[in-house]
Write a protein that binds this ligand. Sequence first.
Ligand code: SF4
Length: 259
Amino acid sequence: MAERDTARRAAAARDLAALDRAVAECRACPRLVAWREEVAATKRAAFRDWEYWGRPVPGFGPADARIGVLGLAPAAHGGNRTGRIFTGDRSGDVLFAALYRAGLANQPTSVSRDDGLELRGVRIFAAVRCAPPANKPTPEERDTCAPWLHRELTLLRPTLRVVVALGSFAWAAWWAALRPVYGVSPPTPRPAFGHGATARVGRDVPVLLGSYHVSQQNTFTGRLTPAMLDEVLAQARALAKLDPGHAYGDSGDTCARMV
Ligand code: SF4
């Protein structure tokens, strides 16, 4: 029932701006609504002066993105505080620094919604749009939130060529999107998740590219290094056919040219 309601509201969004507004108003999952608002009210001591966002966190990045970066869900004191996905937490520190090195972001840091960060060629979004306790949404919450992701992928479909799945949860969420977004059945068995793994299911469907998640659990232990993330983003750029000569950081023309 909740999933049908989410699907109806997602389908009504005619463009990404409308989708972002609609997502931010969603209250379909009682447990997650209660959790995100409780976190926003109690806060972490280091952020006691912040007015937490405390709502679902929309995707971030241009409507003509050729690369999608798919995460699990916002962090309680990251996106749930700042209102922008991966912004204000250690995972985001790693991700945005890598996007900057790859020429996909205009700056290496992401600390607040008004910090001037811009992305080119890439849009970041999550499989679940509210921060879940212990970063673990239930299967019902995952399914209820899926229509927001599916609508976002549909709106990005004209340009999207690659989806980088950060972690196995995002990798699995991709398969559920194939039928509603692309009209394609997921392969059986599903291709296994791995860092650098790729999966293609058809000419008109973006390539799926796996990456270990940028969580502290991986980056602090060395399971995921900056070099490993750079390799994945370079692979994504190549698959998406982004011209390396026209990215942020180049002298002269700083517009990302799509080919
Ligand atoms: S997780 Fe998704 S469906 Fe559930 S309340 Fe948040 S935005 Fe809505």
